[in-house]
Design a protein around this ligand. Structure first.
Ligand code: ADP
Length: 482
């Protein structure tokens, strides 16, 4: 039941993870894809805006230059942009309006105008000037080709390091099918691309200023940005994938741990109940006088005290673990000779009256170690308990102390069933118990090796396992020599 509800909790967490992380990221990626698809248009727009501003500045400079040309006419100076000058006696109808406005200007003033005659578009300055015959309006025709080359000169002055060419272009053809076709063909063959175009006012009405960049400027830029976006998208997805994988792994771990904890509580309850039942049974036997004679009474008392010992060992183990896990376990390290340590372990072991003995082997002249004697005795006792618990009737257990380089190794060897490969790392995890039949039918909490590992690591050492299934196990505690 507990397992099912935990599973539901984890499924819910998984769904939240999906909604909270994966769906928004998919939306984000969709935006990214749209951005990638529209990148070329966006680059073209950016270029247009940038060059529009430059063309506007250039058109103002050009107008100022034309004003200077008109001023030169009034002052009888020669200006290369002026093609010819003549008095405007009887203006043609297209210039009548401009002539009327010029007549109202003071001397030196001018208006610009343009005319269309056949295929030719002409540009004029109508200048109010004083000549021998008195005040009159002069019609100065401006040289359009000269103006066009002036545009390039002005642009070079203004933007000396500019890659774009700025040009004055003639009026567009009316958009007829043939003209459009001709333009497409021309554009396909052209080396540059017009990135921006602005229309001009009089005297260059219908002419336009264009900025032209060599080749296809938007292409490489769009390609670069697109590649960048795609790389970022891939990176984003890889990041999300890795994050998702890690979160799932953590969730699985948490799920397994919570299952182990549930098993642990069940184990502990069972472990407590067995000695408690025995204690109750023996106590009742004594109370009701069912034990006949002093021998039976004595037997009951011995068994009672053994069960009480078992209970207190269990409670000690739990308290040890809680102290270790909360970091409250303070070690009192003392320089200790290995033989003295093994002796202490032996005394504690014998006091527990376990149903097996063990042999001790020791290298001569082992260096001393810095250990908390009680804690280290507890580590080896835990290993000895396991050796006793998990071996069959013919128990051959050995404790060996030997030198291992600059360290001292204390090994507990047994001829038990061994630890299966997939369990070898996990048996040192808290609450973990082997999932073989023997472990399931043997009393235990899954804390013994976790406690041993933690204590050994607090001493700056490590705990290792050599095991062959069916032959036995050797647990090795490696401690730095003092
Ligand atoms: P417990 O013995 O209470 O289950 P431990 O942490 O001491 O907890 O041991 C964890 C697991 O390691 C055991 O459940 C058992 O499967 C395995 N194990 C420990 N010692 C031995 C051993 N000497 N031989 C075989 N298996 C062992």
């Amino acid at each position: 039941m507990a397992e099912t509800s935990e599973l539901i909790e984890f499924r819910r967490a998984f769904v939240w993870l999906l909604c909270g992380m994966l769906l928004p990221s998919v939306a984000l990626v969709a935006f990214g894809v749209v951005a990638v698809a529209n990148e070329r248009a966006a680059v073209e727009r950016r270029l247009a805006v940038e060059y529009d501003a430059r063309l506007r500045t250039l058109s103002l400079d050009l107008l100022a230059r034309l004003d200077r040309a008109a001023d030169a006419v009034a002052a009888r100076r020669i200006d290369p942009l002026v093609a010819n000058i003549r008095p405007l006696a009887s203006p043609p109808p297209e210039l009548a309006e401009a002539a009327r406005r010029a007549a109202t200007l003071p001397v030196g003033g001018h208006v610009f105008a343009n005319t269309d005659s056949g295929n030719e578009r002409r540009a004029y300055a109508l200048v109010r000037a004083v000549r021998e015959s008195g005040e009159q309006t002069l019609l100065a025709q401006l040289d359009v080709a000269g103006i066009a080359s002036q545009v390039q000169r002005l642009a070079e002055l203004k933007y000396p390091r500019e890659a774009a060419a700025f040009r004055l272009v003639p009026p567009r053809e009316p958009v007829a099918a043939l003209a459009a076709l001709r333009r497409i063909v021309a554009e396909a063959g052209q080396a540059g691309t017009v990135v921006s175009r602005i229309a001009l006012g009089p005297p260059l009405e219908a002419f336009a200023l264009v900025a032209e960049l060599p080749g296809d400027p938007a292409g490489p830029l769009a390609f670069r940005n697109r590649t960048l976006y795609i790389a970022l998208l891939v990176l984003l997805y890889v990041g999300i994938g890795v994050g998702f994988g890690l979160t799932l792994r953590e969730m699985r771990r948490a799920y397994k741990l919570s299952r182990l904890k549930t098993d642990f509580v069940a184990n502990i309850s069972h472990e407590l109940r067995t000695p408690l039942t025995s204690v109750r049974l023996f106590a009742e036997t004594l109370r009701e006088g069912r034990a006949v004679g002093p021998e039976e009474v004595n037997e009951c008392v011995v068994l009672l005290s053994a069960e009480a010992d078992r209970l207190s060992r269990l409670v000690e183990k739990l308290l040890d673990w809680s102290r270790l896990e909360s970091g409250r376990a303070a070690l009192e390290l003392e320089r200790t000779d290995v033989p003295a340590l093994l002796e202490r372990i032996d005394v504690a072991y014998r006091a527990q009256q376990l149903p097996a003995t063990y042999k001790t082997e020791m290298d001569a002249q082992l260096p001393p170690v810095n250990v908390d004697r009680d804690a280290m005795a507890q580590v080896v006792l835990n290993l000895l308990h396991n050796a006793v618990k998990y071996t069959g009737d013919d128990k051959r257990i050995r404790v060996r102390a030997r030198r291992a380089g600059r360290n001292v190794a204390i090994e507990v060897e047994d001829n038990g069933p061994g630890v299966r490969p997939h369990d070898r790392k996990r048996i040192f995890d808290r609450y973990y118990r082997g999932d073989d039949l023997l472990s399931r039918t043997t009393e235990g909490t899954g804390l013994g090796l976790a406690i041993a590992k933690k204590i050994v690591e607090l001493h700056g050492g490590r705990i290792e396992l050599d095991s062959k299934v069916g032959e036995g196990s050797t647990f090795r505690v490696v401690l730095p020599a003092a």
